[in-house]
Design a protein around this ligand. Sequence first.
Ligand code: ZN
Length: 564
Amino acid sequence: MIHRRHAARLLASAFAAALLFPAAPVLADAPAPAPAAATQAEAAAPRLVVAISIDQYSADLFAEYRNHFTQGFARLLNGAVFPSGFQSHAATETCPGHSTIMTGDHPSRTGIIANNWIDQNAPRDKKSVYCAEDETKTAADPKDYVASVGHLRVPTLGDRLKMVSPKSRNVAVSGKDRAALMMGGHDTDQVWWWKDDRFVTLDGKPSDPAAEAENAAVAKVLNAPGTAFDLPQWCQSRDRPIEAGSVTVGTGRFAMAAGDQNAFRVSPRLDQATLELAGRLVREMKLGKGAATDVLSISLSANDYIGHAYGTEGSEMCIQNHALDVELGQFFAMLDSLGIDYVVALTADHGGFDLPERQDQQAMPMIHRADYSTSAKVLGEKVGEKLGITADGPLIYGEGVFGDYWVNKALSPEQKQAVIAEAKDELERNPEVAAVFTAAEIEAAPVPTGSPETWSLIERAKDSFYPPRSGDFLAFLKRDIVTIPKPAPGYVATHGTPWDHDRRVPILFWRKGTASFEQPNPVETVDIAPTLAALIHLDVKPGEMDGRCLDIDGGPASTCPASN
Ligand code: ZN
């Protein structure tokens, strides 16, 4: 425990040193340095970086609906289009995914290995730690937590920019705290996320007129009945009821009773409000019109809530895609009307997978739900009985029916090894399980290189493995398994697996005047931050980020450093 704390302190001080002493700063608000290559000479830095993440927006969804887009997405389709981007890692959840987008680093480096992990040394009874909390603090409401970005081990693009360009502003908004915090980072001028019925910020941060105005506007929407959304003509083929246990999905229109916070959140209304708040902050702070380049991160969460509640192939997700296209179009038009020179990068934190009950009707009868046999509780009881080992508390800790598992720390080293070996053996005999890796095996595996499309499962695991937080062993279920054993209202379909339906996401860049192209070869979400850094002339030394700069100009000009 002491060693662990000491290590944490060392890491914290290393990070603080990096913040204080950035290598060879290049001032983004000063004239650009003499370009190293003639191809870069004419490229002035955009005044505003707009990074957008659509939560649970798989490459499959983008492919399914791209022909119908006429507004915001249509503009992005006239930019640099990478239809096969990768959240390359195995732990395809919101927090790890968002941690890659603006840092340029894989979760193995950001330290965000999952939405939640087990820390048996956590200074409280509850040992599950949320990625975006400070578990050393107690919230006013004991059922609540204190939001924090402290678990993110690296700086974001906005953090880096502000180190060398103090006049730059770094702003983040989202429907989820973890998304806003992981994209915004450690040094945000404004960071806002949706909570229950309003946008809130970090404890101790002042309120803001833009947020107050948006909260007042949202209250009016929330407290009135919401009419059903129209079904676009191209969504009609999706409009078919599907029964999943006691839940029926597939024909929803997002009608809302007055004051129904859940119905508001699980509808396009949440994204609308998030983009409205972003727009208010742009106008209030005059983002993109200041003395230096600013960074605005936006994560749209409704897509994920809709995917979980209704799956990916019903009327609900189709309406949501149409709404996203319209909302993004309005947002870009607002930026245009202000005369801001901006660049957009749009991607997702992870993909998604439809519910098995609809997959069954649509040519995929082999897709089925997980059972509970791989849960930490069932596994721990089985292994404990076989070995005759008991512990105070669970023998094996875990979150859900796959992923990381932690062995109770009170066991002797010999007992722990025996539990890991027996659990691995037990899981490997389970027909639902695709692979099991111990922490030692993952640590010994080489760091993956090359195209993420062809990485093995252990390489995908390695990419979201951070030894101080990761489990003692890790299990993946087979590709055809949906990891929700029992569907419930609001939760019938999910993501989080190492399979490509959860890893592949679109990556789109757009800037006025840049020659458009489509590049079908795989790229990675960790490439976004170095790509944006080059555009805004922010110096990133080789090796400082895991990703690489993508040249987003389809013509002979390059938007990347000559040394790239
Ligand atoms: Zn997500």
